[in-house]
Design a binder for this molecule. Sequence first.
Ligand SMILES: Cc1ncc(C[n+]2csc(CCOP(=O)(O)OP(=O)(O)O)c2C)c(N)n1
Ligand SMILES: [Mg+2]
Length: 897
Amino acid sequence: MSVPKCSRPMSVNPDAKTKRIEDKEWRTSLLWVIENEPPERVTEILKMLRNTAKEKGISIPGENLVTDYINSIPKDSQRDYPGDLQIEARIYSAIRWNAMAMVVKANKQISGIGGHISTYASASNLFEVALTHFVKGYQNKHPDITFFQGHAAPGLYARSFLEHRFSEDALSHFRMEIQYKDGLSSYPHPRLMPDYWRFPSVSMGLAPIQAIYQARLFKYLKKRGISDNTDQRVWAFLGDGEMDEPESTGALSIASRENLDNLTFVINCNLQRLDGPVRGNNNVIQEFEALYRGAGWHVIKVLWDSDWDKLFERDKEGKLIQRIQDMVDGKLQRLSVADGKTIRKELFGGDSNLEKLVEDWSDEKIESLGRGGHDSVKVFNAFQAAVEHDGGPVVVLAQTIKGYEQGSAGEASNVAHKTKIFDKEQLQVFRDELELPIEDDELEDVPFYRFQKDSDEFRYLRKTREALGGMLPMREQLAKEFEMPDPKIFEEYKEGSGDDEVATTGVFVKILTQLLKDENLKDKVVPIIPDESRTFGMDALFSQFGIYAAEGQKYEPVDKDSLMYYNEKKDGIILEEGITEAGSMSSFIAAGTNHISQEKYVIPFYAFYSMFGMQRIGDFVWAAADARARGFLIGGISGRTTLSGEGLQHQDGQSHLNALAVPNLQAYDPAFACELAVIIQDGLKRMYAENEDVFYYITIMNDAYPMPKMPANAERDIIRGLYRLEKSRKRKNKTLKIHLLGSGAVMKEVRKAKEILEDECDIPVDIWSVTSYKALYEDARDTERINRLEGKSKQNFIQKQLGDEGDIFIAASDYVKALPQAIAKWVPGEFTVLGTDGFGRSDSISALRDFFEVDAKHIALAALRARHQKGDIKKSVVNDFVKNHDMQADKQNPAAY
Ligand SMILES: Cc1ncc(C[n+]2csc(CCOP(=O)(O)OP(=O)(O)O)c2C)c(N)n1
Ligand SMILES: [Mg+2]
């Protein structure tokens, strides 16, 4: 290989002039390529140069990950601002004042009611430039999606107030949702303000990952031919402290791998979180730059306002850049509110070049040097570059000041997050900073300030939003049309399976396949799986429907010749998310709310290992409930004893207990094919045909057994949670009758227990299938409430079903005892509950059921013991049973730890 000769001997160190000439030549060449050739060519050349340097043993520190601590967009590349900066400044000031006033007023009325002022003060320009010039509303064919920093909500309410969407009363009722009809939610909660908020965003870390999967869903729906949403963008306004959450950054590489150029993160880098600096001893923005760039994102930094441009222009030696770069965030935070003299000393002092830069500047001028995130021109240019960027996601890192312009009321102070009260002097300072015409003697009341409807400001607000498709925040339902799938799909399961042994997992997969082929649903159903398809037998869907892959399949799969080969396709239907329950749940929320983003309903079926559902991503489930997401969560291989071998970490005996606390989650633990079919059909009807904002959690099992025929007309009771599955065979000894309540995985044991009791002990048994303890509990709870408040004596559903049936009821489920115990007080008789409290173990299913005391013999024993305690059978009958079945009274307590 021939190496070109250097024109200059290697040992010679070029002087500054030579360096400048060299730099210019390289820059000119690069700019020529950028202007004349496609972006890929630029990347190619840069890579080639980097590789050449590497070949020659030259290491590049930070390898392209971190750039200088200056704005990414140089002044000479800036575009003119498209708006009226003066009007906007007046509008922004009024919004910031009102956002402060609503929190202060609320806390005056109810001490300790809370709220945040300083966060919005830092985010104001970011939100406002976006809402004035970028984010599309509902009248646009494809509305954008925006996740706002949740605790900056007062700023959005204040904007809506200026738009005359909220009254002064409403603004005065911030955080008083119960006392006042027009009370405003503390944070974005679509459940509480359904026409306003679209996504809850205040649980730190959920919004960033949701935004990524939302943007990905848009791409997926487009590739599947379901929607045409090319210009629909996802904006996520996030906090720098929020990036601490693993969920915030855990999915960054998905966004670049999937080329999500419809996604913009805007991180409000006020360098602070709740307690203090985010990275006091380091530099958080540089850290983010490396993190995001390393994950393949395009990074745009907006650090310094326009006043700095002159300084950087004069800073030919790069000394200022170096000086700032050497400062840690704790110092930058302090200097952001320091006086001009201090800044002159600490930022420019000790170096004649730096001192010279500001020698003709007054201290006041130095003090007014601002942060880029508060300069609308800089912010606009960053957003414009972000939306124009092709081929991948963009993050805008905007440096801001927490409590901006609040002076002693928390500006850049470590307690800024908690500021809720301004005294009169602080109000005066803030008013003066904002230049608002509010008289001193009015300040005591912290009055709201609003422009009249015939003002320039109001017209400007209206006009800018009209141009972008209507006011925001706003939540509307766009999807309207829905036809139920062919009812025949569900009918066949009501007939039972004869002698064929079938697992509910298999039934689920079959129903899903049928729905994916159904005329009405085939372009709506979205299967989501986090690397568990084979466990659930869902791999059969791979070859049939394809796995979605943005770039198709670039390789021949190793199993190409098999029937169920790994079939990745650009228009694949299955979202095989890999091992990320958080990502999968984010896909679920995006799909489950598609009816508010597009004109199409999308029906997610998210199937996961039940242990890694409710408890692993419980906060996402809560967010889905708040977001009014619809769809089916399918907990696979559910139950503590249904999964042999896997042991403590896999065996789930609590997910239904966790589900109990989610108000609109319909939780079912079906045992049979007919139940599963009825529940899914009803779910589709309620969520999509009837537009109810509920969602479903259904557990399924891999245990195969013959599926019984559904008792006549049992549909309604299956849905309500309880129906009689089998009547007793024995007719004599009627008074000894026992009622067994079984569900899910241990129903098989319950049926065996019936045989034992009837055949061995001559005790008649009725079996009831409890498909949902949650549904039973909620009905009874609500009936009791009505009876209490209205003085009525209505019967609840449990009482209606079991009221006249008998005196002994034994419940057995594969879940903790607290689940059936939730309905104990309404069961009309002696109620014994068997369940699986305690840590799981790795062993066989039969060993587990014996250990947890939920197998047939323990269920039968519970029945006999209860009957004996009523005085209806002799003790010897029970003792004989224990002996015959080799049961030990001193066995280990499974709940002990
Ligand atoms: C999961 C979670 N943990 C804790 C909180 C409480 N919390 C609310 S705001 C906040 C600090 C946020 O800092 P940052 O993201 O930097 O936002 P800033 O207010 O500085 O803009 C914390 C810890 C929360 N809302 N969610
Ligand atoms: Mg912060």
